[in-house]
Design a protein around this ligand. Structure first.
Ligand SMILES: Cc1cc2nc3c(=O)[nH]c(=O)nc-3n(C[C@H](O)[C@H](O)[C@H](O)COP(=O)(O)OP(=O)(O)OC[C@H]3O[C@@H](n4cnc5c(N)ncnc54)[C@H](O)[C@@H]3O)c2cc1C
Ligand SMILES: *[C@@H]1O[C@H](CO)[C@@H](O)[C@H](O)[C@H]1NC(C)=O
Ligand SMILES: *[C@@H]1O[C@H](CO)[C@@H](O)[C@H](O)[C@H]1NC(C)=O
Ligand SMILES: *[C@@H]1O[C@H](CO)[C@@H](O)[C@H](O)[C@H]1NC(C)=O
Ligand SMILES: *[C@@H]1O[C@H](CO)[C@@H](O)[C@H](O)[C@H]1NC(C)=O
Ligand SMILES: *[C@@H]1O[C@H](CO)[C@@H](O)[C@H](O)[C@H]1NC(C)=O
Ligand SMILES: *[C@@H]1O[C@H](CO)[C@@H](O)[C@H](O)[C@H]1NC(C)=O
Ligand SMILES: *[C@@H]1O[C@H](CO)[C@@H](O)[C@H](O)[C@H]1NC(C)=O
Ligand SMILES: *[C@@H]1O[C@H](CO)[C@@H](O)[C@H](O)[C@H]1NC(C)=O
Ligand SMILES: *[C@@H]1O[C@H](CO)[C@@H](O)[C@H](O)[C@H]1NC(C)=O
Ligand SMILES: *[C@@H]1O[C@H](CO)[C@@H](O)[C@H](O)[C@H]1NC(C)=O
Ligand SMILES: *[C@@H]1O[C@H](CO)[C@@H](O)[C@H](O)[C@H]1NC(C)=O
Ligand SMILES: *[C@@H]1O[C@H](CO)[C@@H](O)[C@H](O)[C@H]1NC(C)=O
Length: 624
């Protein structure tokens, strides 16, 4: 998704749309205020989890919260708010790349992450899809007791305000849903864009022609099949709904107890013996370093790349490794920064003899159409600009058995391998034990039809994207230097385990099957990349190693909620093992990556964590 958006940079960079001022910065505080205040809770990172927690904890006027966020506030740009003008680049972390990826011809890759108030929710493609029941339930068996589907459902509902599609859109675009699984009073606006391209019907018919079924509602825990993607989109004006609006702008006016310090980096957690008592933070503009005290807790909500960086800098991680960097160890916790997972993506390019116009490619190829659609959006909030740029509505998530008849042999191949051979030789035994436990669960998922292993979406124009969402390979986050402003080393570890390549290959073949059905063949597609002339498995695999992208910006799992004996970093209340007063929240505490895009789950989990914390401290809620 993101990489397509990058192509658009030149087109949308100078966009100016009037009337999108959002400024209510009443509680943006400066460093002076912060230095002279102590807070009940200090949250490192103002992304999805951080802002959700800050909002819920400050519902009680007696509870004070400081959020320290690396990025700035967005200025209500069209690229942030208008789906059709989507361009995440200006608010992504800049110049941050992976290490050379041995499984991908030693290439390095840009690592996309939000660096802005709202975090990923301000820059993401707005896809709003929950985990499969089977995926959430797996977390429980690894030590995340209380975070299964049944526990999360009430919090998924609490987090959202679902708006049903109008009858015409529901009929014209085959949208179905189940009211009972949705929330109708939550802060995040969830809706379907009121537009789709005609060609998406061909894709729908192709999917049904190869036997892919359409669930009534993928957000009911099923998460498999062919469906219209729900979006984090406010249907009142078809603009992005994100954590900055939902959990900050909407409440800040009445919350003198909610402070947010932007453009500052949390450099470490401060301890008194084994109790977290505050943080050290640094101004990005002046480099000035200060401390601030937390009376109750510090919560690290800095995303999957930076949460382990902060932990390492604070002395929480593998002891020998920290010693080597000259960092004093607070807790020897080998799992910190291990277990990195993401969804890999692969772009399939086509040329068409007779594709239906307009399609998602027309916005780029025909400036008249683009201008016409923008004007339509501005006047009536209709048309192509209500869809995330370069996407259509239909989306397919597949269990492995729905993608290939070889699913059982792929699972057997995985079971025959030696897990230790895919981790570095010096891996701690607890981390290896966790990996072994995860691989057992993954092998079951590969044969059980319960959770997505791959996804396919055609954008109705020249691109199909294939997503590999259940990797066996693992990566890691480690420090490069102890400078808190330096990038950590990101090793995605992609395709270390050759099983993952077998899965991508199966998805490529499934996609070719889709494209070979009559509803797609009438459009006259030719596969340009990887290329129709690549037919053998060996040819395709060689090509795929040069084409796969290791990240769909869904990095996770680097401070996993697992048993400590399994290399876990936090317990089932997201408390960091071995210390008090410190938790981790957000996508980094997932243990296994769910097969769906993560944001809806991060919102739901943060809602549940807020209640857990309130309960512990007896914090009453004044305006539930
Ligand atoms: C380009 C892009 C497209 C995506 N598309 C989708 C999608 O369509 N659907 C979906 O479900 N998910 C999508 N995602 C993923 C999703 O947005 C993330 O998984 C989610 O935001 C993670 O939530 P979080 O709260 O854990 O972390 P984040 O939302 O990433 O928040 C972490 C915050 O911490 C800040 N931070 C980091 N280090 C420090 C520090 N040391 N001090 C202070 N602050 C710090 C960061 O700047 C950031 O604001 C996308 C992500 C990106 C980047
Ligand atoms: C869209 O509408 C909502 C609800 O009225 C409002 O909170 C938000 O600020 C609006 N967004 C824009 C960009 O106008
Ligand atoms: C904190 O408050 C004191 C007293 O009001 C003031 O003198 C001092 O400058 C403040 N500290 C900072 C860092 O602003
Ligand atoms: C806040 O604290 C005051 C003083 O202790 C108390 O009277 C009040 O009930 C508290 N309010 C809430 C909502 O807990
Ligand atoms: C990748 O780099 C390693 C180490 O430098 C080298 O041994 C290997 O041959 C390289 N692989 C490719 C595909 O270039
Ligand atoms: C939920 O969305 C509807 C529009 O579909 C709106 O009327 C209502 O105010 C929203 N509720 C909240 C709590 O945002
Ligand atoms: C809707 O679903 C029906 C039944 O599968 C199919 O015939 C039709 O083409 C679909 N329409 C669209 C727009 O996807
Ligand atoms: C996947 O395959 C199973 C077993 O054949 C079948 O029951 C199910 O309907 C299929 N799901 C989809 C989405 O095609
Ligand atoms: C912050 O606290 C640490 C640990 O107590 C101390 O070493 C450091 O000097 C403090 N920094 C500032 C700027 O006060
Ligand atoms: C696919 O097409 C896009 C333009 O639509 C182009 O930028 C990209 O390089 C192509 N990728 C491949 C692998 O051909
Ligand atoms: C470009 O879009 C305009 C407006 O929709 C349409 O009239 C025109 O035919 C399109 N041009 C081409 C070459 O498709
Ligand atoms: C790691 O640090 C070294 C030395 O400062 C620097 O040259 C290198 O570019 C850094 N690597 C990454 C991936 O940032
Ligand atoms: C496939 O076609 C491409 C583009 O024409 C060419 O570069 C490549 O060598 C061909 N590969 C094979 C295996 O024929």
């Amino acid at each position: 998704m993101f990489f397509k958006a990058l192509i658009l940079l030149n087109i949308v960079a100078n966009f100016q749309v009037n009337g999108y001022s959002l400024g209510n910065y009443a509680r943006v505080v400066g460093r002076e205020t912060v230095s002279n205040t102590s807070y009940d809770f200090i949250i490192a990172g103002g992304g999805i989890a951080g802002l959700t927690l800050a909002d819920r904890l400050t519902e009680n006027p007696n509870t004070s919260v400081l959020v320290v966020e690396y990025g700035p506030f967005d200025q209500g740009e069209a690229t942030v708010l208008i789906p059709g003008a989507y361009n995440p680049f200006p608010y992504l972390w800049q110049n941050i790349f992976s290490t050379p990826q041995a499984g991908l011809n030693n290439a390095t890759f840009f690592a996309p992450m939000g660096a802005v108030v709202g975090g990923g929710s301000a820059v993401n493609a707005m896809f709003f899809i929950r985990c499969a029941k089977d995926d959430c339930d797996s977390w429980e068996s690894l030590g995340g007791t209380g975070w299964g589907w049944d526990d999360l459902l009430p919090y998924y509902k609490k987090s959202e305000n679902f708006t049903r599609p109008g009858p015409a859109a529901a009929r014209d675009y085959n949208i179905s849903w189940t009211d009972a699984v949705h929330g109708f009073g939550g802060p995040v606006q969830a809706s379907y864009p009121p537009f789709n391209y005609a060609g998406d019907k061909n894709f729908w018919d192709a999917a049904t022609a190869v036997g892919i079924e359409a669930p009534k509602d993928p957000n009911d825990g099923s998460a498999i099949g062919l469906f219209s993607l729900l979006k984090a989109l406010d249907p009142r004006n078809e603009t992005r709904s994100y954590a900055r609006i939902a959990h900050y702008d909407m409440v800040i006016g009445s919350r003198p107890n909610y402070h947010l310090l932007a453009e500052n980096v949390v450099s470490k957690v401060l301890f008194k013996e084994k109790k977290a008592i505050g943080i050290e933070y640094m101004s990005r503009s002046t480099g000035a370093i200060s401390n601030v005290t937390a009376n109750k807790e510090v919560i690290i909500a800095a995303g999957a790349v930076h949460a382990p960086q902060i932990l390492h800098l604070s002395g929480i991680g593998p002891k020998a490794y920290l010693q080597g960097l000259g960092i004093n160890t607070i807790v020897d916790l080998p799992g910190v920064g291990q277990n990195l997972q993401d969804h890999m993506t692969l772009d399939i390019n086509y040329s068409f003899q007779s594709n239906i116009e307009p399609n998602a490619g027309t916005l780029l190829s025909n400036t008249t159409y683009d201008a016409e659609q923008l004007a339509l959006y501005e006047s009536s909030r209709q048309g192509a600009y209500t869809l995330t740029r370069q996407t259509a509505q239909n989306f397919i998530q597949l269990a492995l058995g729905n993608a290939t008849s070889k699913y059982a042999s792929i699972a057997s191949l995985a079971q025959s391998e030696n897990p230790a051979s895919f981790l570095p030789a010096n891996t701690d035994p607890t981390v290896l034990a966790g990996y072994v436990a995860q691989r057992k669960i993954l092998a079951q998922k590969y044969t059980s039809f319960g959770a997505p292993v791959g996804s396919i979406s055609w954008n109705t124009g020249p691109d199909t994207t294939i997503y590999m969402v259940k990797p066996f390979s693992r990566g890691s986050i480690t420090l490069n230097t102890t400078d808190p402003l330096a990038n950590p080393l990101i090793d995605f570890g992609s395709l270390k385990d050759p099983v993952d390549l077998e899965v991508v290959l199966a998805l490529v073949r499934k996609n070719r099957e889709l494209m070979a059905t009559p509803p797609m063949q009438v459009l006259g597609p030719t596969e340009l990349s990887p290329g129709a002339n690549l037919t053998t498995d060996a040819q395709l695999k060689t090509a795929l190693r040069g084409l796969i992208n290791p990240s769909n910006a869904h990095m996770c799992c680097t401070a996993a909620m697992m048993d400590r004996e399994l290399g876990g970093v936090v317990d089932e209340e997201m408390k960091v093992y071995g210390v008090t007063g410190l938790r981790v929240a957000g996508v980094s505490v997932f243990s296994l990556i769910p097969g769906s895009a993560p944001q809806a789950t991060v919102y739901g989990m943060a809602e549940k964590l807020a209640d857990t914390i309130k309960k512990q401290y007896g914090i009453a809620v004044s305006n539930p």
